[in-house]
Design a protein around this ligand. Structure first.
Ligand code: PGA
Length: 251
């Protein structure tokens, strides 16, 4: 399967620093090709800025969207608005939004369904807490998240999405899952999606402290089809090395 590398900028950068980062990435040769798809996900106010640069080979995604097309939803942004500004992807259900905005799987499924119908490809995040892992609940938590999202979004919708496994204990901690830990969960996700009548071709990304140092080992795993990168996506050298590592993978 083709690899996918997504940069999640979170709530970082300003107009100038965003332009500089994307231009530097392009200069460093970061772009989509036959082997890898490259996507950056700036905050809302920087989406138009990055889109206006019209950098070839770097697709743009948002970090969230609303589940309705328009209406009385103060402070919200719809998938339609994101498409209009040049987005092709949207991250949904990131653990930081589940934690801070109390988003649940049912809502994430609804968002995914609407986003896909509006022309965005959702990148749906799932993952367990450290406590759940310690209690041996990782697989059951992952399956439960998938079941609820599929029920809400439909299996057909999820077949067109990207799924990102992001163990919460690995996000922003510098403590990435080992390749073995990530791969065994990816196998579980792959099998469960199949059991739920979701297509085989859903790319499964790993996220959580991915760096230039650990990317190659993660990408060497058969069921890891790319990465959702937070902190390292703000550094040109790191992000370009991760994209290069994805390019060199032969699965
Ligand atoms: P991190 O974040 O790479 O900084 O751990 C990943 C994410 O939250 O998507």
């Amino acid at each position: 399967m083709k690899m996918t590398v997504v940069g999640n900028w979170k709530m970082n950068l300003a107009q100038n620093s965003a332009r500089e980062l994307v231009r530097s990435l392009a200069q460093a040769g970061v772009k989509s090709d036959n082997a890898v798809d490259v996507i950056v996900c700036p905050p809302y106010t920087l989406l138009g800025t990055v889109a206006d640069l019209q950098i070839e080979g770097i697709a743009i995604g948002a970090q969230n969207c609303h589940h309705a097309a328009k209406g009385a939803f103060t402070g919200e942004i719809s998938a339609e608005m994101l498409v209009e500004i040049g987005c092709r992807y949207v991250i949904l259900g990131h653990s930081e939004r589940r934690r801070d905005q109390h988003e649940d799987n049912e809502l994430i499924g609804r968002k995914a369904h609407h986003a896909l119908q509006s022309g965005l490809r959702p990148i749906i995040c799932i993952g367990e807490t450290l406590e759940q892992r310690k209690n041996g609940e990782t697989f059951s938590v992952i399956k439960d998240q998938l079941d609820k999202i599929i029920t809400s979004a439909t299996a057909e919708c999820v077949s067109s999405c990207i799924v990102a496994y992001e163990p919460i204990w690995a996000i922003g901690t510098g403590l990435a899952a080992s390749a073995e830990q990530a791969e065994e969960v990816h196998v579980c996700i792959r099998e469960h999606l199949k059991a739920c009548a979701v297509a085989d071709l859903v790319p499964l990304l790993y996220g959580g402290s991915v760096t230039a140092d650990n990317a190659a080992a993660l990408f060497a795993c058969r069921n890891i089809d790319g990465a959702l990168v937070g902190g390292a996506s703000l550094k040109v050298d790191e992000f370009s090395s991760i994209v290069q590592a994805a390019r060199e993978v032969v699965h």
